[in-house]
Design a binder for this molecule. Structure first.
Ligand SMILES: C[S@@+](CC[C@H](N)C(=O)[O-])C[C@H]1O[C@@H](n2cnc3c(N)ncnc32)[C@H](O)[C@@H]1O
Ligand code: SF4
Ligand code: SF4
Length: 395
C-alpha cells in the first residue's frame, strides 16, 4: 500500500488552498533555511537569526488530554504577556513564519488576537493548532479576517467515545460543529485562508479509527488529515502503538484507501527512531520559545511531563536577551557543535526522532541542576519576574 497521497492530488490541493504565490514563497523559505544551515556547518561563527520559530502563547488549557504532557504538570499555568511578546518579536528581526502554539490552548490567552495582529503587521505567516472548544462564530471570523494562514484542528478520535476518552473534558458534537462552521464561514467570506487541517495523534486508544477520521474529514469539508505518532514519556508509555504494529499498519492501509476514495490528502508523520543527529536542522531553523521566553532547540525537547526541568536546560531567554546573544551562548554553541559531531545533546535526550552518542557532560550538568536554581555556565536561569498569573486547569 502506498503511504502517500498522489502527487497530482497534493499539487491540485495546494494550488487551490495555498495558492501558487504562497507555494513559491514557502519553497523559497525552505531553500534559504537549508542553505543557511549548510553555511553554518561550514562557518560555525555565522549567526542565523530565525526566519521560522514556534512560540507558545499560554500554558493554560481547558482539557486534560491523555497523551499531553500538560495534563501531568504540577506547575501553575500562565499566559504569554503582550509586553513580553513585543520584546520577543523585537529580538527576531528576520522572522517570516511562526507556529503560534505550544502546550496549552491558544485562545485562552486574551491577548491572542493582539499577538496575531502584531505578527501580521510585520507580514509574518502564522500557523496554529487548536482544540476547537473555543471556536465561536466571533473567533472564527477574527481568524479569517486577521489572515491566519493555517490552522490544524486536534481531532484525536473519529467517534464520540474515543474522542472524549482521549480529549478529556471536550465534546465531540460541539467541536465538530465548530469545525463545520469555520469551513462554512470561510466559504461565505470567499477566503482561501486559513488552510484547514485535521491533526490526529495516533495512540493505542485511537489508531483503529485512522480510516474513520478520513471519513469525518470528508464530511466536515476538511481536505487534509495529519496522522501524527504519539510522543511518550514515563507516564504515557502505555499509549504507544508499538505492541500493535501489525494491526496499526492494517489500519493505516485502510486510511489511505479511504483517502483515495474521498480525494483527501493524508500525511503520516512517523518519528524514525534511528536518524543520525547530524541530520537534524531544527535547532537552526525551528526553535521553540515557551510562553515565558525560554528558548529550546525545538518543541520535541518537551515530553518530560515537567516544564520546570525542561526550562532548566533551556538555551536562554528571548524576553530578556537578543537572539544573537542566545545563539552565541556556551549552551547553544555546545549544542550545535555536539549535533554536528554526532553527539545527542542532553536537551534532546528524549528526542523521538534522532539518535547519536550520549552526552555525558550534559548529563552530569543536569544532575548538578538540582535544586532548580543552581546556575552553571552552560545553563541559563531566568531571574524571577514577580508573581505569575496562576489559573487552575479546568476539566
Ligand atoms: C499541545 S496541543 C496545543 C494546542 C491545543 N491545545 C490543541 O490541543 O490543539 C498541539 C497538538 O499537539 C498534540 N499533542 C499533544 N501531546 C502530544 C504527544 N504526546 N504526542 C504527539 N502529539 C501531541 C495535540 O494533540 C495537538 O494536536
Ligand atoms: S487541549 Fe491541547 S494543550 Fe490541552 S491537554 Fe489537550 S493537547 Fe494538551
Ligand atoms: S529534540 Fe530531536 S528534533 Fe528536536 S532539536 Fe533535538 S534532536 Fe532535533
Amino acid at each position: 500500500m502506498m503511504y502517500k497521497s498522489a502527487t497530482r492530488d497534493v499539487l491540485a490541493y495546494k494550488l487551490r488552498h495555498v495558492g501558487l504565490r504562497e507555494m513559491l514563497y514557502l519553497g523559497y523559505l525552505h531553500i534559504s533555511e537549508a542553505i543557511l544551515f549548510r553555511a553554518n556547518q561550514i562557518f560555525p561563527s555565522l549567526i542565523i537569526s530565525p526566519r521560522s520559530i514556534q512560540i507558545e502563547t499560554t500554558t493554560r488549557c481547558n482539557l486534560k488530554c491523555t497523551h499531553c504532557e500538560i495534563s501531568y504538570w504540577t506547575e501553575p499555568a500562565a499566559d504569554l504577556k503582550l509586553p513580553d511578546f513585543e520584546r520577543i518579536l523585537n529580538h527576531l528581526p528576520k522572522l517570516k513564519r511562526v507556529e503560534l502554539t505550544g502546550i496549552g490552548e491558544p485562545f485562552m490567552n486574551r491577548d491572542f488576537f493582539d499577538i496575531v495582529a502584531l505578527l501580521k503587521a510585520r507580514n509574518v505567516r502564522i500557523s496554529m493548532t487548536d482544540n476547537f472548544t473555543m471556536m465561536t462564530e466571533k473567533v472564527a471570523r477574527r481568524i479569517i479576517e486577521l489572515g491566519v494562514d493555517r490552522i490544524a484542528i486536534s481531532l484525536d478520535g473519529a467517534t464520540k467515545e474515543t474522542f472524549e476518552k482521549v480529549r478529556v473534558g471536550s465534546n465531540f458534537e460541539m467541536v465538530t460543529r465548530n469545525v463545520r462552521r469555520l469551513v462554512e464561514l470561510q466559504r461565505e467570506l470567499g477566503r482561501r485562508k486559513p488552510e484547514i487541517l485535521i491533526n490526529f495523534v495516533v495512540t493505542a486508544d485511537s489508531f483503529r479509527e485512522a480510516p474513520a477520521i478520513v471519513d469525518v474529514a470528508h464530511e466536515l469539508g476538511v481536505r487534509v488529515v495529519q496522522l501524527d505518532c504519539v510522543k511518550t514519556f514515563d507516564k504515557t508509555e502505555n499509549l504507544a502503538t508499538n505492541s500493535e504494529a501489525a494491526e496499526f499498519s492494517a489500519s493505516l492501509d485502510k486510511a489511505f484507501e479511504r483517502a483515495l476514495v474521498h480525494g483527501i490528502i493524508v500525511k503520516w508523520m512517523y518519528f524514525e527512531q534511528n536518524v543520525p543527529i547530524e541530520q537534524c536542522t531544527r535547532a537552526w531553523n525551528r526553535n521553540f520559545v515557551t510562553r515565558d521566553g525560554y528558548v529550546h532547540p525545538c518543541c520535541l525537547t518537551t515530553q518530560t511531563g515537567d516544564r520546570a526541568a525542561q526550562n532548566r536546560r533551556s538555551l536562554g531567554n528571548l524576553v530578556d536577551s537578543p537572539f544573537e546573544e542566545i545563539w552565541n551562548s556556551a549552551a547553544f554553541t555546545t549544542l550545535r557543535k555536539n549535533m554536528k559531531d554526532g553527539v545527542l545533546p542532553y536537551a534532546c535526550h528524549q528526542c523521538p526522532s534522532y539518535t547519536g552518542r550520549p552526552d555525558p557532560v550534559g548529563e552530569a550538568q543536569a544532575a548538578a541542576w538540582q535544586p532548580a536554581r543552581n546556575v552553571s555556565p552552560a545553563v541559563f536561569i531566568r531571574p524571577e519576574r514577580g508573581a505569575e498569573e496562576s489559573v487552575a486547569v479546568a476539566d
